[in-house]
Every structure is written in C-alpha cells, then in structure tokens.
Write a protein that binds this ligand. Structure first.
Ligand code: IPM
Ligand code: MG
Length: 369
C-alpha cells in the first residue's frame, strides 16, 4: 500500500523555522518506527504571493485537495500589509479552509504541568487544564455575503460583513463537538450571542436539536460568548468541550491559549467530511501566527507545530500511540526545563533555539524507544 501523503505548506515568518523541526520529527518516525509518509512541499501566503502573485496557486489548492493531510506553518507579515485585501496572505489560508470544507476546527488548550507557572493566571486556576474548543471554520461572518466597503448616501463609506449560518452548518459542527465529548468528559458548552443575534438563536436551537435527537447522553449547556470569555479566565476547568462559531471561536481560542502559558504551545486540527479513503479532509496548523518580529532568528517555539503533527497522527492516520509518544516527549522536555524564549519566566535562564528544542524532543523520542 502507498504511504499516506502529507503536503507541507510552511508559509511565512516563523512558519518555515518551526516546520523544519516538524520535518525532523517526521523523519524520526520513518527511521525509528517505520511510520513513513510521502512528504511534498508547496507555497502559501506571502511566500506564494512573491512567486505567483496570489496567496495560494490553483495547483497548490488542487494538491491540498488530494493530500491525506496538509501541515501548515503560518501566513502573513508586515511586508504584505500594503497588498489588496483579495491577495493578502490570510486569503490563502481562508481559501484552503473554505474549499476543503474544513468546518470543524479543534483547538485544544492543555496546560502542561511544567508550565503552570507561566500562565498570567494563578497556578491553581490552570494546573491540569484540558479543554477543547471546537470552532466552526467555514462560515459565519468570515464568509457571509454581502460584504465589502461601500459608498454611503452621504458621501462617506459603510463597511459590511454578514453573520450567516444555516441549520446544516450548525448541526455538523455540533456533531463534531458531541463526538469529541463522548471520548473525553462528556460535556459540551455551546457559546453564541442569542441575546442580540438571530443567528445566535438559531445556533442555540440547532445545537440543542442535535443534542436531543442524537446525543442525549452528553451533558449540554449554553452560554453567551461574552460570559464565556469571562468564565474562561475565571474558572476554565468548568469546561470540557466548547463549541462556537467562527468569529467567537477565533477570539475565545486566543484567550484559552494564554491559559496554557504561551501561544507557542497550541496546535490545531481543521477537519472536514471523510474522503473516499475514509480519512477526513484535514489541515493541521499551530494557533500562533507568523510572528514577524522574531522570524529568522531561531527563537520561535516549534512545539505548537510539532503538536499539530501529533494531532495529524491521531485524527488523520489513527496512530494514537505514535501521537501519545510525541506528546509525552514534549512533556518530558518541558519537565526537564528546556525552554524557548517565549517560555522564559521572570527567574530567567538560557533559552534554547528553535532547533535546540527540536534536538531535545528528538532525544526524548529516542529515549522513549
Ligand atoms: C486563526 C487566525 C486566522 C483567523 C487568520 C490568520 C486568518 O487568527 O487561525 O485563528 O482569523 O482565523
Ligand atoms: Mg486567530
């Protein structure tokens, strides 16, 4: 049987640096565990714009549709701020999400014991935290029409975006959340603004419908998203799985990320419907951005990108044992006090470089055999 295929789109900023460490990890699994992939690479974001004049070439889009899984680094940077909106680096990522129909974005926020002191919150609030945010990724205000900047009657301008959700868009992401909850602590909290938005009312009713008809065994609660943001920093351990729309999910997941100490730690999986081979359409990417301020300096933390590959092992390739091996290696390295610059506490110390962190994780993987 052919090896499963991985398409790597390292992108911009720190993307290529953190992805370089992932490639070493992929190589390790091939050499030491006989887990091999057909890896190919292509351009996305500003890197694609520089070569093709668009942030995602049609040929790259087609390859992403064919791949068993896509690994993405990061997109964007100040150099591209001047570009027309339609060719900004972010549009490349949004096109991948939309055309691959990756409607369920899984953003786990897990606090590693060794980092519990790093959060801006008190240790007892975050120690042992393990929550999963399921963000709807292909609809809502990110894609709703009408959108644009239009002339107003008085000669000024009006900016318009549309929050729009259909029954089926809500039901399918709700199902993803309930499925995940069943394999975790069996609790889902759905967040919207049903107090001010009709789309929020529909969201609440449809999530409840899926629950009542298909997942009555899972505990479901509803919360307004603003209260949800507050509860996330007040007592995050009350949550197991949170399901929410595209925009609220964008905001709430950055908030949840900081509970874990650093944005440099958080992986994500974006999943769509199963392909002919039974695997879901899938793209894996760190939650952090391209961090242009530290790009090229070897300072970036590769852990979020490495843990995104662990999610690929688990969710695309059914390799839960391999994923757990990689996650344990990361945990070991952190427990040993290995830190990139973003993980340096007030007590200081000497940070390792991006590849230094990669070295440490590879050593921990070797030791795990
Ligand atoms: C994210 C990012 C993206 C988003 C940007 C880069 C388009 O913030 O994945 O959270 O807003 O979805
Ligand atoms: Mg975001």
């Amino acid at each position: 049987m052919a090896n499963p295929s991985l398409l790597i789109l390292a992108g911009d900023g720190i993307g290529p640096e953190v992805m370089a460490e992932v490639k070493r990890i992929i190589g390790w699994f091939g050499d030491k565990c006989g887990v091999t992939f057909d890896v190919s690479e292509d351009l996305v974001g500003g890197a694609a714009y520089d070569v093709h004049g668009v942030p995602l070439a049609d040929a790259t889009m087609a390859r992403a549709q064919e791949a068993d899984a896509v690994l993405l680094g990061a997109v964007g940077g100040p150099k591209y701020d001047v570009l027309d909106f339609s060719v900004k680096p972010e549009r490349g990522l949004l096109r991948l999400r939309k055309e691959m129909d990756l409607y369920a974005n899984l953003r786990p926020a897990q606090c590693f014991d060794a980092l519990a002191d790093f959060s801006s919150l008190k240790k007892e609030i975050v120690a042992g935290l393990d929550i999963m945010i399921v963000r709807e990724l292909t609809s809502g205000v990110y894609f709703g029409e009408p959108r644009g900047i239009f002339p107003a009657e008085d000669g000024t301008r009006v900016g318009i975006n549309t929050q729009r959700y259909t029954t089926e868009e809500i039901r399918r992401v709700a199902r993803s959340a309930f499925e995940l909850a069943r394999r975790r602590n069996n609790k889902v909290c759905s967040m919207e603004k049903a107090n001010v938005m009709e789309s929020g009312i529909l969201w609440r009713e449809e999530v409840q419908w899926v629950h009542d008809n298909e997942y009555p065994d899972v505990e479901l609660s509803h919360m307004y998203a603003d209260n949800g943001a507050m509860q996330l920093v007040r007592w995050p351990k009350q949550f197991d799985v949170i399901v929410t729309d595209n925009l609220f999910g964008d905001v709430l997941s950055d908030c949840a990320a900081m509970l874990t100490g650093s944005l440099g730690m958080l992986p994500s999986a974006s999943l769509g419907a199963p392909m002919a081979n039974g695997r879901p359409k899938a793209l894996y990417e760190p939650v952090h951005g391209s961090a242009p301020d530290i790009a090229g300096l070897g300072k970036a933390n590769p852990i979020a990108c490495i843990l995104s590959f662990a999610m690929a092992l688990r969710y695309s390739f059914d390799m839960g044992d391999e994923a757990a091996r990689l996650e344990r290696a990361v945990e070991t390295v952190l427990a040993d006090g290995v830190r990139t610059a973003d993980l340096m506490g007030p007590e200081g110390g000497t940070p390792v470089s991006t590849s230094g962190m990669g070295d440490a994780i590879l050593a921990a993987l070797d030791a795990s055999l």
